[in-house]
Design a protein around this ligand. Structure first.
Ligand code: MN
Length: 227
């Protein structure tokens, strides 16, 4: 049967060294660094992992500019390590989880913080705060076969050359194998799924004209300008 309208383009991440990684779903972990959990008013010792999603076509790749989104006056950056799954599954064991990870990238979970605050206050879902156009700038994907599975190393973000966020992957409350195991109990994971693993402290607002530079040691970099 023919499609009755043109099918949507396949979302994809460029792979360092060539090729495209097709993206299926984008999962994000909330409050996964203790200092950021505290700055958002949470308790880092007691909260189980929780998840939200972005849309695959929210990705911004190749260092393209991001248009300042509508309906917000408080657009925040959240620098994150992004894991890309090459294999899916259900109820994946912690010990088997990393074997499902194809590679890693540096991403930014752009957030309309004012809308998120309203969602929290009214106990509403977060999509309007998290899953809008351009909300997922992401750098090139680096294969685990080349860089391994980074569990420690600096993660930082600077805006116009000034450091805003700084942490270390070893500060993740829920480690990637635990995240994959937990997520795979809630959803059937698939090849092409991305996981944004959470952000360290220092989230703050950006304005039009700001240039963000993100870096995760051993993984790569990301440059993103807000226009
Ligand atoms: Mn985040």
């Amino acid at each position: 049967m023919d499609f009755v309208i043109a099918p949507p383009a396949q979302a994809a991440l460029p792979v360092a060294g060539g090729g495209l990684f097709p993206v299926h779903r984008i999962y994000c972990v909330g409050r996964n660094y203790a200092a950021h959990t505290v700055e958002m008013g949470g308790d880092p010792d007691r909260e189980p992992p929780f998840f939200f999603q972005k849309n695959p076509d929210n990705l911004v790749t190749g260092g393209a500019d991001v248009a300042y989104p509508d309906r917000t006056g408080d657009l925040h950056h959240e620098i994150e390590l992004v894991a890309a799954l090459g294999e899916g599954g259900k109820d994946i064991a912690v010990e088997q989880a990393l074997a499902h990870v194809w590679g890693y990238a540096v991403g930014i979970d752009l957030t309309r913080r004012d809308l998120q605050a309203e969602c929290k206050r009214l106990s509403r879902p977060w999509e309007v705060a998290k899953a809008f156009e351009g909300s997922a700038p992401c750098g090139d994907l680096h294969p685990a076969a080349a860089i391994g599975h980074p569990a420690a190393g600096a993660i930082r973000l600077a805006v116009n050359g000034e450091t805003r966020q700084e942490g270390d992957l070893d500060q993740l409350i829920w480690k990637l194998p635990e995240i994959v195991a937990h997520l795979s109990g809630l959803f059937t994971l698939a090849p092409g799924d991305l996981i944004f693993t959470g952000t360290p402290a220092g989230v703050a607002a950006v304005q039009r004209g700001d240039v963000m530079r993100g870096e995760v040691a051993g993984v790569g970099e990301l440059r993103c300008k807000i226009v």
